[in-house]
Design a protein around this ligand. Structure first.
Ligand code: SD4
Length: 318
């Protein structure tokens, strides 16, 4: 049988267009290194910056290591280790990554492996595919040498048992703290990449996959124009392919801020959002950043070579 690696070597190169990287760096108005991430993830941004300052070729390492930091944090209840399980008590992870050349990798419904973003990167780099799911994703992770881990913590287990007493499934705005990490990075060559990683909605139905591992929904990067990433109730983002929309709007000349606003309007005009939060962030190739959400309470972290700050996003509903 032909191994994945060989199959990849045979087909991978021909499947991937390299055109996105052809923009001239000077045309891009270089701004230095910059990392933007959803929620209060300034520490993750710092880890990402440590990679970026090593050189522009560490752009994907910046995304991966920055997100790894959050995946390993037991106190983040929406990502990796300590992430809330589904209603049957299983932690299942979604993640994806997209690079400056338009290549993408994703895992959905991954169990027992903490660093979903790293497995997604391997899918991108070592297979001819974009998405691996469930048991296949776990098998691939094992083949790639990732080590299994029980992703429940004492705290997440006791929260789950408490939830079981009523077993009500009702996503609430900002209450689950929607801590999904979505990260966008820009290097000194003016190239963009992005990633996101999540355990999805707490106590979701078994088998549920959200927006975060779906290219165009949870994340999209087009190195010629910009990159966008989403957090919040994934079902709303999936229906509108919000990250792709934000990037398309930037392609048509809108600023990252206006593009995020327009994409949120599209969600709001198509569905009842009284109980649902979505937050979007975007960065263009000149390092301009935007963020917008349906409800108040969404914030995002911006870090560059000189400073780091947490910004409260404006919202459709005040
Ligand atoms: C999902 N969008 O699975 C994710 C959840 C999320 O912050 O973003 N939480 O729907």
């Amino acid at each position: 049988m032909i191994s994945r690696r060989k199959f990849s070597a045979l087909l991978g190169a021909s499947l991937v267009s390299q055109t996105y990287s052809s923009c001239n760096a000077t045309e891009r108005g270089l701004v230095g290194n910059k990392v933007v991430s959803t929620w209060n993830n300034q520490k993750a941004n710092k880890v990402a910056m440590e990679q970026l300052v090593r050189g522009p070729q560490y752009l994907l390492d910046a995304i991966e290591k920055g997100i790894n930091y959050v995946e390993a944090d037991p106190n983040d209840t929406s990502v990796g280790y300590g992430g809330r399980p589904d209603r049957e008590g299983f932690v299942t992870l979604d993640a994806c990554i997209m690079d400056k050349d338009g290549r993408a990798g994703s895992v959905t419904y991954l169990e027992h492996y903490m660093h979903a973003i790293s497995v997604a990167r391997k899918v991108m780099e070592e297979t001819p595919h974009v998405i691996l799911s469930g048991d296949g994703a776990a098998q691939f992770a094992s083949e790639m040498g990732f080590v299994q881990k029980d992703l429940m913590t004492e705290e997440s287990r006791s929260a789950y048992y408490k939830w079981l007493e009523k077993a009500e499934y009702q996503p609430k705005i900002n209450v689950e703290r929607h801590d999904t990490i979505g990260m966008l990075a820009l290097n000194t060559d003016g190239d963009l990449s992005g990633g996101c990683s999540t355990s999805g909605l707490a106590y979701k139905m078994p088998g549920r996959v959200g927006d975060s591992p779906i290219i165009g929904a949870g994340l999209y990067v087009d190195n010629r124009y910009g990159a966008a990433v989403a957090t919040g109730l994934g079902e709303l983002v999936l229906r509108q392919l919000s990250s792709f929309l934000v990037v398309e709007l930037m392609r048509s000349g809108q600023s990252p801020q206006k593009a995020c606003e327009e994409a949120i309007f599209r969600i709001v005009e198509s569905t009842d959002v009284s109980e649902a939060q979505v937050g979007l962030i975007a960065m263009n190739r000149s390092g301009k950043v935007g963020g917008y959400s349906i409800h108040p309470g969404f914030n995002y972290a911006i870090t560059d070579d000189k400073s780091s700050l947490l910004k409260e996003a404006p919202s459709y509903i005040n």
